[in-house]
Design a protein around this ligand. Structure first.
Ligand code: HEC
Length: 123
């Protein structure tokens, strides 16, 4: 085998690896979306066609708090680790969320995927 075809073979392998990684990222985003619709939509507008939920009661502070839409959260352009932190240790009156590991990563990946290419600086 010539070194040229070796290089071609390597390029094909690298492309396949990249496709695999892309597929995994896509799967994580889709899983995050499903999770978010299930677990977050009572308070947050998760997808644009969802009716905005009522503000969340905040008995300690009196005034109910409108949870930000996921589009608004995405527009903050937070890095994934900060998103995960905000989900795992929520700010009152968001309730504690029982997510960890892959689920937390998927949720952050989904939020990060919303509009990110249009409005957030490339990281
Ligand atoms: C019980 C209602 C409720 C649920 C359920 C809920 N949230 Fe929230 N969330 C809120 C409220 C209210 C706020 C705004 C808190 C504040 O004023 O600081 C918030 C804030 C956030 C923030 C921070 C936004 C910012 O500006 O920093 C993130 C991220 C977030 N929610 C993600 C999620 C995700 C992901 C889920 C589902 C796994 C979820 N939330 C479920 C009510 C909720």
């Amino acid at each position: 085998m010539s070194s040229k075809s070796n290089r071609t073979g390597l390029a094909v392998l690298l492309c396949l690896a990249a496709l695999g990684a892309n597929h995994a990222a896509r799967a994580s985003i889709e899983a995050g979306k499903a999770l978010a619709i299930e677990a977050c939509s009572a308070c947050h507008q998760v997808i644009p066609t969802q009716k905005k939920p009522a503000p969340v009661a905040s008995p300690d502070e009196g005034v109910p708090v409108q949870a930000p839409t996921f589009a608004a959260i995405a527009a903050l352009c937070l890095p994934a680790d900060q998103l995960r932190l905000k989900i795992a240790s929520p700010h009152y009156p968001m309730r504690e969320q029982m997510f960890s590991g892959m689920d937390l990563e998927s949720l952050a990946a989904y939020i990060g995927s919303l509009n990110a290419s249009k409005i957030c600086p490339v990281r």
